[in-house]
Design a protein around this ligand. Structure first.
Ligand SMILES: NC(=O)c1ccc[n+]([C@@H]2O[C@H](COP(=O)([O-])OP(=O)(O)OC[C@H]3O[C@@H](n4cnc5c(N)ncnc54)[C@H](OP(=O)(O)O)[C@@H]3O)[C@@H](O)[C@H]2O)c1
Length: 247
């Protein structure tokens, strides 16, 4: 098995905390130079960069709101230019706005679609302009695109379901360039967004087959597999890393 990412450059949106941070650390551990974006928490993002650098890797943190289309595209171009290439894009940053259907307004709709749908679309469009054969696009969706168990998820689930179509259509379109496009759907994963000791955690645990939350590193392992050479024949796929939540 040779799944090394030596010499590759990866960009991870929302890589300062949670799943994105675990992905950034894992891709760096496999040998990639990593750029990660964050929105507000510079300290957490800098800590991830410091961890990577302390292990002998190369990393940079870039503040860019994924809802800002112009800034996002400029950041992708800047990363590719400064590292000299771009091989892997992980569209991870997500807006998680929940509420009763009747209470979700235009502002929530626009924020959710901007971050969860438009940003992956535009960042991918920018990234593939820089990618050579062997490039990898990995979208981070959600288990709730496949199974709706709680009320309040209409907007979030709708936005994550859009990634299934984007992933399949781009898998088809970018296949001739040997760029793969895949979707990783995490299940309940222990992050600030969904802590494993939160109020609904025991109910959520019961909905999985394995009976517990994922660690962010569990999601990162699937991303790293898809990102490496061993993932080269997988495209347009949805990989559920959800402990059996959707079976
Ligand atoms: N945790 C779960 O159970 C779970 C389950 C299924 C899917 N997911 C998906 O997995 C992804 C990561 O979730 P997580 O649990 O790791 O979230 P998290 O712990 O809340 O971390 C979110 C990260 O994304 C960044 N971010 C958020 N909004 C952003 C924006 N508009 N622009 C740029 N960066 C932004 C944050 O930056 P700051 O630190 O600067 O705020 C932070 O680095 C999301 O797409 C989420 O929908 C999570």
């Amino acid at each position: 098995m040779n799944n090394t990412l030596d010499g590759k450059v990866a960009l991870v949106t929302g890589g300062g905390r949670g799943i994105g941070a675990a992905v950034a650390l894992r891709l760096a551990a496999e040998g990639a130079a990593v750029a990660l974006t964050f929105q507000q928490d510079q300290r957490r993002a800098d800590e991830i960069v410091e961890q990577i650098v302390a292990s002998g890797g190369r990393a940079v943190a870039v503040r860019v709101d994924s809802a800002d289309a112009t800034a996002l595209v400029a950041a992708v171009d800047r990363v590719a230019d400064s590292f000299g290439r771009l091989d892997i894009l992980v569209n991870n940053a997500g807006a998680f706005l929940l509420g009763p259907f009747g209470a979700l307004g235009v502002a929530e709709f626009e924020q959710t679609v901007a971050v969860n749908v438009r940003a992956p679309f535009l960042a991918t469009q920018a990234a593939v302009r820089h990618m050579a054969a062997g490039g990898r696009i990995i979208n981070i969706g959600s288990n709730v695109a496949e199974r709706a168990v709680f009320p309040g998820f209409s907007l979030y689930a709708m936005s994550k379901t859009a990634l299934i179509g984007l992933t399949k259509a781009l898998g088809r379109e970018l296949g001739p360039r040997a760029i793969t496009v895949n979707l990783v759907n995490p299940g309940p994963t222990d992050t600030d967004l969904n802590p494993a000791d939160g109020p609904n955690a025991s109910a959520v645990n019961g909905l999985t087959a394995l009976g517990h939350y994922a660690e962010p590193a569990d999601i990162a392992a699937a991303v790293a597999f898809l990102a490496g050479a061993d993932g080269r024949y997988i495209t347009g796929a949805t990989v559920n890393v959800d402990g059996g939540f959707t079976i």
